[in-house]
Design a protein around this ligand. Structure first.
Ligand SMILES: *[C@@H]1O[C@H](CO)[C@@H](O)[C@H](O)[C@H]1NC(C)=O
Ligand SMILES: *[C@@H]1O[C@H](CO)[C@@H](O)[C@H](O)[C@H]1NC(C)=O
Ligand SMILES: *[C@@H]1O[C@H](CO)[C@@H](O)[C@H](O)[C@H]1NC(C)=O
Ligand SMILES: *[C@@H]1O[C@H](CO)[C@@H](O)[C@H](O)[C@H]1NC(C)=O
Length: 432
């Protein structure tokens, strides 16, 4: 009895302390001026997967080691995203109702098995069926739609829709003095890994591919070949991490590769503020890749040059306070043992007024993505107009020429009529 009383008393003290602690922590975070959360964009990488590909001398170049196939989500990966979904449920229980509604959330994935499956696993953790949404008493899961478009048509999330200006700019960056110097500094590493692996390692990206395969094999407790000892993990990992900066190294690359996604995230927040969002979502969720996460962080100027781990998550939160001011918080969750990092975009505080946020990111937002992707002269309106005038003049001259040749042609044809008929006759005979 005394024990019991003691526990109750102690529990009350603990409760008292906890609420006091929460009070202090909320004050220190200054959540009062943040107000309440009204909208979230969540972008994440898929969970644990098998290697996307092997390398020629790989002792584990055999699907018996990877029964789910190359580049596929594993059961570990499904669990990672299921847990991330539960984490999101906890974090956003105030803004996101527990009962699923298509008016609350929109989910989009790249058209790749592992991202589609990650989204499905995540949603299983976020929306376990409750009440009359429980449709089968034996299954603690309900279907939630995940939208996608083919990669070759997806400039928003997959970033794989063809874009000539992007390709040209990437080539320029890859052949720039800075990149040449970087590659020269790592030439020995490229040569050694090429010889040993049997693949063509010539830049950070090709090295990242190989490094990633080794990383997964090690994760799966497979013994790596002896040749890797001198270069893996340190040397290879460092180049690998650097490779994630390349696809969005310049403002132009960012604008064309990930700008459409940044634009959508900002547009949604503006619509939310203006009350014009239809349906009036609470969350949009994007299921994608390490490159997507890295490119997005690059565009925001907050990438830490470390490979985004499985299920790494970027949150862009929109808050509204009592003065009806809208502010943006960007969070990066790259670990399960550390709270998400609240990152400040350059030029603004870690809590940034929406207008300022949008202003600062203007340079990476395409005005017309399709037009900007067209190469060189055609993307320049002024030059395009003068080109159009020249084209009109040339076609005018050609039309006059055509008219002349038709007139002369008819005259000639009339003279030759008899012999032409003869030829036609011949031809028909030949055919039959
Ligand atoms: C892959 O491994 C299985 C089982 O160990 C073996 O039977 C098969 O021959 C291997 N295939 C190749 C292409 O090495
Ligand atoms: C690798 O081994 C460790 C230690 O035994 C274990 O915890 C881990 O689950 C193993 N990894 C895989 C993918 O089986
Ligand atoms: C790798 O190195 C270890 C010890 O350094 C050695 O015992 C082993 O035989 C080597 N393996 C191969 C395949 O050369
Ligand atoms: C996670 O992200 C933060 C912020 O970018 C960075 O400082 C930290 O080193 C990262 N941790 C890991 C494990 O990548």
């Amino acid at each position: 009895m005394a024990n019991f009383l003691f526990s109750v008393a102690f529990g009350m003290i603990m409760l008292e302390r906890t609420s006091w602690y929460f009070f202090v922590s909320s004050l220190s975070e200054d959540t009062s001026s943040l107000g309440s959360l009204v909208f979230v964009s969540a972008l994440y990488r898929h969970g644990d997967r098998t290697p996307v590909s092997s390398y020629p001398t790989d002792p584990y170049n055999n699907l018996s080691y990877w029964p789910v196939g190359w580049g596929q989500l594993t059961n570990i990966g499904k669990n990672q995203h299921y847990e991330l979904g539960q984490w999101l449920r906890k974090r956003y229980s105030d803004v996101l109702p527990k009962m699923y509604s298509r008016e609350d959330i929109y989910v989009r994935s790249t058209d790749v098995d592992r991202t589609l499956m990650s989204a499905a696993s995540n949603l299983a953790g976020l929306y376990p069926p409750e009440g009359d949404q429980k449709w089968n008493k034996n299954i603690d899961w309900q279907p939630i739609p995940v939208h996608t478009v083919p990669e070759s048509m997806d400039e928003i999330l997959a970033g794989k829709r063809p874009c000539a200006s992007y390709d040209a700019e990437l080539l320029r960056v890859k052949t720039s003095p800075e990149m040449r110097r970087y590659n020269e500094e790592h030439a020995d590493l490229y040569r050694y890994t090429s010889e040993q692996s049997g693949s063509n390692i010539h830049d950070p990206e090709s090295l990242e591919f190989l490094c990633n395969t080794l990383f997964i094999e090690e994760l799966y407790n497979l013994t790596l070949p002896n040749w890797t000892k001198s270069v893996y993990p340190q040397k290879m990992m460092s180049v690998s991490s650097y490779s994630f900066t390349v696809p969005a190294k310049t403002r132009l690359l960012q604008r064309l590769k990930i700008g459409p996604l940044v634009r959508q995230v900002i547009r949604h927040m503006m619509e939310k503020r203006d009350g014009t969002m239809k349906p009036d979502y609470k969350m949009t969720m994007y299921s994608a890749h390490d490159t997507t996460v890295a490119n997005f962080l690059m565009a925001l100027g907050i990438f830490d040059e470390q490979s985004p781990p499985y299920r790494s998550l970027v949150l862009v939160e929109l808050w509204k306070n009592d003065q009806a001011e809208y502010q943006v918080k960007v969070l990066y969750r790259n670990s399960t043992t550390h709270d998400p990092y609240n990152l400040a975009i350059p030029g603004c505080a870690s809590v940034c007024p929406l207008e300022k946020f949008a202003d600062l990111l203007k340079p990476v937002i395409p005005v017309s993505w399709e037009k900007e992707c067209k190469m060189g002269i055609f993307s320049d309106d002024f030059t395009f107009n003068s080109l159009a005038i020249i084209a009109l003049m040339v076609s005018g001259v050609l039309a006059v020429l055509l008219l002349f040749s038709v007139v002369f042609g008819i005259a000639f044809w009339r003279k030759q009529k008899v012999s032409s008929n003869y030829y036609y006759h011949q031809l028909q005979q030949d055919v039959s």
